[in-house]
Write a protein that binds this ligand. Structure first.
Ligand code: HEM
Length: 374
């Protein structure tokens, strides 16, 4: 799944085909895999480095991986920018063939991006400023490859785990996709395959790739239920002093019983076909379809529509052609490893196996897929 995801984001954002699907284990594939399958130590590093930046100077493996990734992606981006400029000069490229980031660079002196900023959208380089000043530059430096690669890959892996665990749901999804025909358009994927939509939403609900986000806020936050204070009084809102960092528990909200009802922790795509009835308290949440998976508000995931289309297209093709089964039986316990985006891990497996998700976890290589006849 990570190869599908890497090639998709590479082609759309960079106009660069990493050829990962064709077995090209490029440096980028290797480094991103190593980076993403990080352990608890490296996960904590991210948090620690926010307060103690000098940690990033230590010769730790994850830091060395990050340092290795930076020049590789920089080189690809520099090649891409040069190629597109050259094509522009010679009039050799159709508009539609250019990457969206290079389009942004060309969109004008004040609103466009400088080459360095284009680079920063792809990978946060050491030169990346904390904040930029215009248009897209208002946003923090992006880590497009990581934001668009690991999140989607891990979510698609969970989809396959859930389908393997729930053969009835898998069959129902396959029936809808087979009945629809082989080539759905973008609009078809978005609107005309209700069970596919339900399965995708349910995977996004139960397996949010980003467990939580942090925000520095200064606000008065209303409470859903009155809270008793230390003085014994009740309050209906909380005042957050300036500079306080608030953690928004995206994954917990997605699985909260008060939001999603008593079966909140069960994989149940049919809840998405019940209209507002299946939503319970979640109706009060905004986000994408009342989910917090992509965040919410001004900083909501920029790639969500791309991710949804990619996710649905891949699932549609795979489920039409293959049956997925758990290699060790449907009950094999799977947990989330600690990491930047937690990957699924079979309980008791060696740590290194985390890196092999999508190959042997949880589906054994030879028995991973059984081609359907016809
Ligand atoms: C299942 C897949 C994905 C999930 C679950 C996901 C989730 C998220 C979340 C939770 C945020 C933070 C939102 C916030 O701070 O409020 C975010 C931000 C972002 N995502 Fe995604 N994402 C996914 C796929 C993608 C893809 C495919 C791309 C690009 C091709 C992408 C690009 C971005 C960018 C650029 C931001 C930063 C937005 C900003 O700071 O303004 N994401 N994503």
């Amino acid at each position: 799944m990570n190869h599908v995801s890497l090639d998709s984001v590479g082609i759309v954002a960079l106009s660069h085909d990493f050829d990962a699907l064709y077995g090209n284990n490029s440096d980028v594939v290797h480094v991103l895999n190593a980076f993403s399958s990080s352990t608890s130590v490296s996960y904590n590093l991210v948090t620690l480095a926010q307060n103690f930046p000098s940690i990033l100077k230590l010769p730790l493996p994850r830091i060395q991986f990050s340092q290795k990734l930076n020049p590789i992606v920089s080189k690809i981006c520099q090649e891409m920018v040069s190629r597109t400029r050259k094509e522009k000069e010679t009039g050799g490229t159709e508009q539609g063939d250019r990457s969206c980031l290079v389009e942004a660079e060309e969109s004008g002196e004040s609103e466009g991006l400088t080459p360095q900023e284009v680079l920063d959208q792809v990978y946060e380089s050491q030169n990346t400023p904390e904040r930029c000043d215009t248009g897209l530059r208002h946003r923090q430096a992006k880590i497009l490859l990581l934001a668009g690669f690991e999140t989607t890959a891990v979510t698609m892996t969970w989809a396959y785990i859930e389908l393997a665990r729930n053969p009835g749901i898998q069959t129902k999804l396959r029936d809808e996709c087979l009945e629809f025909g082989p080539t759905p358009s973008h609009d078809d994927l978005a609107n005309k395959l209700p069970y596919l939509d339900a399965v995708v939403n349910e995977v996004l609900r139960l397996h949010a790739a980003a467990k939580e986000i942090e925000r520095a806020v200064q606000d008065v936050i209303p409470l859903s239920e009155p809270l008793r204070t230390a003085t014994g009084d009740f309050t209906e809102s909380v005042c957050i002093p300036k500079g306080t960092v608030v953690v928004v528990p995206l994954a917990a909200l997605n699985c909260s019983v008060s939001m999603w009802g008593p079966d909140a922790k069960t994989f149940k795509p049919s809840r998405w076909l019940e209209g507002d009835e299946g939503m319970h308290g979640a109706r009060t949440l905004q986000g994408y379809r009342h989910l917090m998976t992509f965040g919410d508000g001004a900083r909501m995931c920029l790639g969500r529509l791309f991710a949804l289309t990619e996710f649905k297209a891949v699932l549609f093709v795979l489920v039409r052609n293959f049956v997925s089964e758990m290699a060790d039986g449907p009950g094999v316990p799977i947990v989330e490893s600690l990491g930047t985006v937690p990957r699924p891990r079979v309980v008791g497996s060696a740590e290194a196996e985390v890196c092999l998700f999508g190959y042997i976890i949880p589906l054994a290589p030879r028995r991973q897929f059984r081609k359907l006849s016809g």
